[in-house]
Design a protein. Structure first.
Length: 100
């Protein structure tokens, strides 16, 4: 993902990130979060992890926090991504924002 950051930043047509059927490790989730923080044009994010693994609520919560910078985001689908209470609270605040 690190190598794709310039693509994400410069490509305003990049609107959907979909990852299904793969194991998203904590390191991969961190790279995704870092990349998503570099641009704000995402409209959909779909992360489907087949297995629950060692991703913790802190890393998953960071992902949710970064998503709040994508004001045109219309679809969030995360399966087996434990966002925890703080992530839920951040997401609830984001969804109540009239700009989102």
């Amino acid at each position: 993902f690190r190598i794709l950051v310039p693509f994400f930043k410069e490509n305003r047509n990049f609107e959907c990130l979909q990852m299904e059927g793969c194991d998203v490790s904590p390191e991969c989730l961190h790279l995704i979060t870092t990349a998503l923080a570099k641009f704000d044009s995402l409209k959909e994010i779909i992360i489907f992890r087949e297995f629950e693994s060692e991703i913790d609520e802190i890393r998953a919560g960071e992902l949710v926090r970064v998503l709040t910078g994508h004001s045109d985001l219309r679809k969030i689908s995360m399966v087996n991504v434990p966002i925890g209470r703080n992530g839920c609270a951040t997401l609830a605040t984001f969804l109540q924002n009239p700009k989102s």
